[in-house]
Design a binder for this molecule. Structure first.
Ligand SMILES: [Zn+2]
Ligand SMILES: [Zn+2]
Length: 226
């Protein structure tokens, strides 16, 4: 009952154009330690209010956020433009874990965040999609790889991996630049995902396919992309 009331209220807020949610989170420090507080996501941006560590309080307006990464249903990572002096100016990431087991960072929240950011986001939560085509695959890493299945639907493409951190859900018109196959047992998905090692390069996912790629679907996929 409580949850459905919350869902209704959330819907009402979204419909009214004014949305916002406040959740209790743990801020995980890098490389160790943590603090707890509130995360507020609303029209203006994202704010973190720590209960004890005042120097960890932040308020980012949308343009001060580079990207957001939904690492799991309960984990959200915010990539900022803040320099880390001890790490040769690497941009600072804030990792937040939800404290309530009833709550998740929902698809709707992620969609609103990406709309406000006006940029792609990284989504590692791969709930089932309406797949028109699927193919088992190995994602190639610099050394070795991980195994899983690729699913393609009208709006989303998904790589569901045995390694949850390598799973991805891409919204085609937002996250995918193009796809390429040099031969029928290979497929590349070139994405706009933040590439922190080479920020000026696209993040390319290379897959070795365990079955031959369906030629007709591949052509449809290429035509369907911008
Ligand atoms: Zn903290
Ligand atoms: Zn992988």
């Amino acid at each position: 009952m409580k949850q459905s009331l919350f869902a209704l209220l959330t819907l009402f807020c979204f419909a009214a154009g004014a949305w916002g949610e406040t959740v209790r989170v743990r801020h995980d420090h890098d490389p160790w330690g943590k603090c707890e507080g509130e995360l507020i996501i609303d029209q203006e941006g994202i704010e973190y209010r720590s209960a004890k560590k005042m120097d960890h309080n932040r308020k980012w307006i949308w343009q001060d956020i580079q990207s957001v990464d939904r690492k799991s249903p309960s984990r959200l990572s915010v990539l900022t433009y803040e320099d880390q002096k001890l790490r040769l100016g690497q941009d600072k990431v804030f990792d937040f874990e939800l404290l309530s087991s009833h709550r998740t960072f929902s698809d709707q929240t992620l969609e609103l965040i990406s709309g406000k950011l006006k940029k792609p986001v990284t989504d590692r939560v791969t709930d089932p999609i309406d797949a028109e085509y699927q193919v088992p695959a190995k994602h190639k890493h610099t050394l070795g790889g991980c195994e899983g299945t690729l699913y393609f639907g009208p709006e989303y493409s998904v790589y569901d991996s045995e390694d949850a951190s390598d799973s991805r859900k891409w919204k085609k018109d937002r996250d995918v630049a193009n796809v390429w196959s040099s031969q029928r047992y290979e497929l590349e998905i070139r994405t706009y995902e933040e590439n922190r090692r080479n920020f000026d390069k696209m993040r390319v996912f290379r897959f070795q396919l365990k079955e031959p790629l369906n030629q007709a679907y591949y052509e449809k996929l290429r035509r369907g992309l911008p």
